[in-house]
Design a protein around this ligand. Sequence first.
Ligand SMILES: [Zn+2]
Length: 411
Amino acid sequence: MDTANISIELHDSVKENLLFNSLSELEISKTTIFKYGILNEEVPKKIKENDFEYLESKIPFLYGLYSDFVELKAGKIISLADGEVSKRLSETIGVGVGLFYTTKLLKVNPNIIKRIPSPKTQKGKYLDFKFTKENVEYEVETKGTVYHSKLNSIIEDVQGKKRDSKTTGCKYGVITLANKEEDKKPSKIVICDDLNNKRSNKIYFLNDYFEYYNLFLSFILDSTYYNRLVAQIDRGRLRRNVIKTNNIKGEYIYNGVKYKGQYFDRRLVLDYIANYYSVDIKLNVLFKLLTNQLGRQKYFLGLDPKIIDYLNNKDVIGLRKYSQERAFIEESKKRLIRDIDGVIFVSSKSGGDNQIEKNFGENEVKERLSYILGSITNTPHECGAPCRSKEKEGKPCEKLTFREHCHFHRN
Ligand SMILES: [Zn+2]
């Protein structure tokens, strides 16, 4: 099954609140979790030349986690992973479900949701989000776990964070209790903490929208252009037409709109390439080995050209007014989400989507693999970061990588 309806439980702290009572279940799909879970990723300040391929492999890597390790069944989100994979998965499921819930409950466009920068003492944790709607400021804490018995301590944690926070926002927590394969009980989403209707007069400006769309642009734009964009924002001297659409090669047509973006393939994930790499390996051999292991799984991530026009023309009014209708396709070999914010994501398995196959054929994938081979100068080594999972706690991670650490042990 590709979607599941998960029931929503209201903790005592929100039981009486009319707003929260308006939703009793949430229909979710893998693509939705992915689209919203990605908001847990850091927006890069600058993309270094030798980080480019790593960033490019993030999309197929993350999506691969869902297609391999998440199962949706009646009323259940099942995590098939264990160890490090399980941790990473629970965390993104928590963010993905929590933020999707938020857009549904409060009818907000995800493009106004911002991460609250984490204090320096808690490096690498970005689980808090905020936004303002109709003069009310909201803060959301999202959590995800497969251990239902942890619920009370998570709620205490969320409420403690609220007390410690210096901001005046109205806060609530969305806790996603997913399942291990063998669990009989259904998954559920638990909402805790009450709103206190503090007023705020935050208005969204151009930079706020850039802050949101930059995450997607970091995967779409060439690093040189991305860095130029971020530098202009930092200097407060943003020029018109800062996003050069001619430089965005990937296109995908949906409902008559030509979305601009980037294509990805699971075989281009550096950590998978590392498994087969040897100094004298031939491109064709490597390509075949990767295809045998991973099959043909291709993706497109793109933006509505209207959004790019608004950003390029500094049209804040246009951005504030912009809202798309959500659209989904859930088929066995093809999935698609076109969201309110103008972001589109399409995945195609074994040629399930003709357009992807036509625009990003096997030769293109092979060509990109040859670029990656060309840029790899060192041999892969074991990641070595201390594992955090129960079974292997503290033991050095044995996953092969070309970077300092593998995908699980980098932020
Ligand atoms: Zn590792």
